[in-house]
Ligand binder design. Structure first.
Ligand code: 5GP
Ligand code: ZN
Length: 138
């Protein structure tokens, strides 16, 4: 499956050149053109899936193992001090390219980046209610 107007389909399948770090029959791993830090890369499936919900479980499992291997390789070769995996779904969550991808973001002391959120302070009843909402049988 591929979408003719999808830039990540074209990159993943080699129609648009990219700085490829790794490739197999299912995925291509490329350097991000607007990196947050040195070595920021993207894992892109060669088939078109919009987001995590559309990604078949088999692909999901393979993608996460690949993320682990890439992180290990980059930790060693780039001597980074930490690592973020980021995966955005939906515009409100920061997804700008409508083709599933995982960000591999090496972190360095003093890299000046902030990949975090403001903590909130919900009441215990609110936490109970949200747990109930998520776990309730349909
Ligand atoms: P999102 O915000 O959808 O999670 O992430 C999209 C990422 O894709 C961004 O970090 C952006 O820099 C990167 N990106 C967008 N277009 C291209 C491209 O044509 N080539 C590469 N290598 N990265 C891209
Ligand atoms: Zn696509």
């Amino acid at each position: 499956m591929r979408k003719d107007d999808c830039i990540f389909c074209k990159i993943a399948n080699g129609e648009i050149p990219s700085r490829t770090l790794y490739e197999d029959e299912m995925f291509r791993v490329i350097l991000d053109l607007g990196p947050a830090t040195r070595g920021h890369a993207l894992i892109i499936p060669k088939e078109h899936f919009l987001n995590l919900y559309e990604l078949p479980e088999e692909w999901c499992a393979k993608a996460f193992v690949l993320a682990k291997r890439m992180a290990e390789q980059m930790m060693e070769k780039l001597s980074c001090d930490g690592f973020n995996l980021v995966q955005n779904n939906g515009e409100v969550a920061g997804q700008t390219v409508s083709h599933f991808h995982i960000h591999l973001i090496p972190r360095y002391q003093e890299d000046g980046q902030k990949i975090s959120w403001e903590q909130t302070e919900p009441a215990p009843e609110e936490l109970d209610a949200v747990r109930e909402a998520i776990c309730r049988e349909a």
